[in-house]
Design a protein around this ligand. Structure first.
Ligand code: NAI
Length: 347
């Protein structure tokens, strides 16, 4: 029975993977710690490593895993920005879960936006404390406002549909425009500068690549309306966080809903409630009344967790049986939509 070394395990991972594994029968060894160079030996004797978004899969880890005989890292995430794709080439194949429930992420983006525009997070705390005052809780209608969608892929398109359902006007920015889709839903593609200047709310759905690193920086924040709300369920480093903090302090932006944070690795998915947060940027973000931080939980729905477990184990099955693995990430272009689809392996 092939063995899978499973890193950064949480109780919900075991629940959904054990259920899906009934059809596969793998020996899954769950480890709570992150995958890093000191935890690599835990994978000794395993055929496959299963990793998540905050496991750092750098050249050192890859080399150590390779020396231990690992030939597949099955990511249980869509994003793979934590993998050194150059270092894996010729050594270890990378599979991912390109789509599980794009609805889970898009709906979370909507939840963050509505919470901020209607102050739900503040109202919840007030009424729990027996305070039924409405002072300071005036919100804004979304109807008729401009929603800027950055990245009109699977998640961005669903987010656009949801916001369109609120009666918002959709403006969009993508490196690769889908004009047919835009015509169909009445969206308008604009430049990123125009999107920043015209939007009442902005939701980020592009992947993190060298090109999108700090896509929203001080110059883009300076273009935004003073009451614009920025939502990020993409990846933390799409935003230059210190620049966002400056904009929030100077009230040049209306609020931020962040499911991801560029330095989330040491904090997200962990309980820090009894400890002193050492990351001053994160601590400052948490201090704003108009900022909501969720701990990279947009994917956390029953539907998404079921799909993630089933697809991850299916990726592993295909690899172990030497079959085409359409969810492999290509080391060259960093997608799973290239020549590899024809060969089934990126090297
Ligand atoms: P997708 O691949 O379907 O769509 C990404 C879109 O971004 C594409 O339309 C692409 O053309 C566009 N894009 C690529 N480079 C760009 C650039 N330089 N500027 C503007 N747009 C660019 O991906 P999907 O499934 O919609 O996911 C988007 C991202 O959401 C993922 O890469 C991942 O980082 C993040 N994500 C976050 C989750 C969470 O729990 N918070 C869960 C799943 C995904």
């Amino acid at each position: 029975m092939p063995t899978i070394a499973f890193f950064d395990t949480k109780p919900y991972d075991c629940q959904y993977f054990d259920l899906a594994n009934k059809s596969f029968g793998y020996d899954i060894r769950y480890f709570e710690g992150h995958l890093n160079v000191t935890t690599v030996p835990l994978a000794y004797g395993a055929e496959v490593v299963c990793a998540f978004v905050n496991d750092r899969i750098d050249a050192e880890v890859i080399s150590a895993l390779y020396d231990q005989g690992i030939r597949l890292i099955a990511l249980r995430s869509a994003g793979y920005n934590n993998v050194d794709l150059k270092a894996v080439f010729g050594k270890i194949h990378i599979a991912r879960v390109p789509a599980y429930s794009p609805y889970s992420i898009a709906e979370h983006a909507a939840a963050l936006l509505l919470s901020l525009t209607r102050h739900i997070h503040r109202a919840y705390n007030r009424t729990r404390d027996g305070n039924f005052l409405l002072n300071g809780l005036s919100g804004r209608d979304l109807h008729g406002k401009a929603m800027g969608i950055v990245g009109t892929g699977k998640i961005g398109k669903i987010a656009a549909n949801i916001f369109s359902g609120f009666g918002m006007k959709i403006i969009a920015y993508d490196k690769f425009q889908d004009d047919a889709w835009a015509n169909e839903i009445g969206a308008r593609y604009v430049t990123l500068d125009e999107l920043c200047a015209q939007s009442d709310a902005i939701s980020l759905h592009s992947p993190l690549t060298p090109e999108t690193y700090h896509l929203i920086d001080a110059s883009k924040l300076a273009l935004m309306k003073p009451d614009a709300v920025l939502i990020n369920t993409g990846r933390g480093a799409l935003i230059d966080t210190p620049a966002l903090i400056d904009a929030l302090k100077e009230k040049r932006i209306g609020g931020a809903g962040l499911d991801v944070y560029e330095e989330e690795e040491n904090y997200f998915f962990e309980d820090w409630s009894l400890d002193a947060i050492q990351d001053d940027v994160l601590a400052r973000l948490l201090s704003f009344p108009n900022v909501i931080v969720t701990s990279h939980q947009a994917f956390l729905t029953q539907e998404a967790l079921t799909a993630i477990a089933e697809t991850t184990l299916e990726n592993i099955r295909l690899f172990l049986e030497g079959k085409n693995m359409p969810n492999e990430v290509c080391y060259r272009c960093g997608t799973n939509e290239c020549h590899k689809l024809k060969t089934g392996k990126c090297f």
